[in-house]
Design a protein around this ligand. Sequence first.
Ligand code: ARG
Length: 467
Amino acid sequence: MTTSNQHNQEKLSSARFSESTDAFVEAFTASIQFDHRMYKQDIQGSIAHAKMLTKVGILNNAELNDIENGLAQIQAEIEAGQMQWSIKQEDIHMNIEARLTHLIGITGKKLHTGRSRNDQVATDIRLYLRDEIDLILPELNRLQTGLVMLAEREADTIMPGFTHLQTAQPVTFGHHMLAWFEMLKRDVERLHDCRKRVNTLPLGSAALAGTTYPIDRQYTAQLLGFERITENSLDGVSDRDFAIEFTHVCATLMMHLSRFSEELVLWSSAQFQFIDLPDRFCTGSSIMPQKKNPDVPELVRGKTGRVYGHLMSLLTLMKSQPLAYNKDNQEDKEPLFDTVDTVRGSLRAFADMMPAITVKRDITYAAAKRGFSTATDLADYLVGKGLTFRDSHEIVGLAVAHGLKSGQDLSEMPLATLQSFCDQITDDVFEVLTLEGSVAARDHLGGTAPNQVRAAVARAKVVLAQG
Ligand code: ARG
């Protein structure tokens, strides 16, 4: 981006002032360095506003034509990297307006009739966020699709399930992947819900009180594809709830990705070896030749903190602002932009990585065999034989203690040994002590049985097809 202090255009609001703005203050209060990112939405909003002004008779068709052509040229200049951004013009809105006036003359100065930068900027951010949400949703869908494919492929793969990171009960790898799918499904729902509130038009609120011109806000909303318009001008210019809400949704999404990252880091370690991450998602060490570091999940885990921070920034930004617009609000953009970049980058990396994950089935199986993961199954078996669950729990505890001493899994103990703990045990016990038997027995909606994983995959595919 080029910025110039010697812009030929005078500062738009300078007539009231008896001295020009201090050079440092000018730079300090400017936002063009970052809000130029919303140029497309600013132009889109201005074209809709100009069309509305024409519809109600404030501009004529020739003026509208000039404005539309001028703005199209400016968009082309920006996209070609030719626009001279000026700190003197403070922000994206005034830079574009000044350039427009330079290009088409006096008509450019009519564009701002019946609006203020306060409702203009509120409109731009909403348009920008709506566009970004519409890019984030397909990326989430791509990641979820990768998870569902992995779940389908690994529906029968057995691994240890953990609580407290201690081996708890065997689960299927597919079931584990679908737990991540469910979390992301809720993130998608939250994003759709947030989009409804983002998709509300504040333009027409003007500076704070509305405007004396006979504007047609419904028409502007229709042109810009907004579902509804804000119903109070003071709220319209000052509300940033939608930005807080979006950042909250993203913070929760990042929290999910961070937990997921943590598992991928653990699972790809030499100690677990449950999975292999493709080389292209890892890096080596500059000193240790054997290293293959899971950088992508580590970075995503690390980047989660930025988004939490942005959420806190935005909440704090708003907490003491009296109505209506205050310059504080200019500080909403950088946290929002960085949230968008962080989430889009993290989702892209994860979605790309998913199909390339290899599961080391023998290793996950062997790991599930260690740690007495079918102990609960034995307790349930004894309940089936008429014991109370508490008594069964006690008996199995003794059997596990024996296994720890003898180095045997429950399934590896001779029947006679098992019977020494409870004489009601018969040789049908070995069916429940196998890992396959254990997972297959949890055959209800939400359970880990391979059948249930396949049914959940089928349901997930329907959800994904709906978008
Ligand atoms: N750059 C400003 C912002 O981001 C635009 C609105 C300025 N309005 C004002 N009255 N100074 O919020």
